[in-house]
Design a protein around this ligand. Sequence first.
Ligand code: SAM
Length: 287
Amino acid sequence: MENLTNIGVIKDILERYGFSFSKGLGQNFLINPSVCPKIAEMGNAASGWGVLEIGAGIGVLTHELAKRADKVAVVEIDGRLIPILNETLAEHDNITIINEDVMKADLAAIIRENFSGSKVAVCANLPYYITSPVIMLLLESRLPIDSITVMVQKEAGKRICAGMGTRDAGAVTAAVRYFSEPRLLFDVSRGSFMPSPNVDSCVIRLDVRREPPVSVNDEKFFFRTVRGAFSQRRKNLANSLSASLGIPKNDVSEAIKQTGLSMNIRPEQLSLDEFAALADALLIYCR
Ligand code: SAM
């Protein structure tokens, strides 16, 4: 169905199905007609590609994806939206709708069953309450995904796309850079949604790397080190790491020195290479 950004059309659908928005599920539907075509085009929805969407709403983005990609599989948690989607997306024969929680769904099986032989893109206007968990789940589970193009809150987008060594860098910055090359695509104002949220948004794209840019002895421990370093931004690095990793402060200080870092360095000043070297140096104290 065209015109899914038209407020009259949306109101008519919602009324006919007796649908009310769930704040808890992050239901802010896109009503700005220029945004979904841009996400689809910049997010690799094209011939030769399968697209996994997370959170269909009434199908406004799904429709634009299905017009361009070979196949679309969309995971939507809210069962009340399924009959609506069956109506609004009826003209497409290349969409599979899956009524599940994305955090619990077997994404590897969904990709295998829907996109065999195609390149795979994820496109979504993500529910804000699970932005980072969804992105980390997609990256950490090493699914055969080539790109992830998602709408997130502007602040979250800034942190995710920040350069290492800059003030905006956080644990999620390092983790995302380990798995992908992130890029901020464009901003989207709060007035582009119904209901309108209290903050502005942006669309980011993560191009998934084949190989990580640094090598570490223990990947899980590397991520624990990164999270630990950023866990208490007001404490110094040695104290934060000692508390979060359960390693005596003297040993942590020794590892920091051994890595050639200043004792006063702040976590946001470290590069990915320095985090990798620090994690490897700390690892011996954990055994
Ligand atoms: N794509 C639509 C759009 O742009 O208008 C809807 C976007 S809305 C921000 C987020 C959607 O994600 C809602 O439809 C919501 O029900 C769904 N959602 C929320 N939590 C989810 C979860 N854990 N798994 C799958 N979908 C979820």
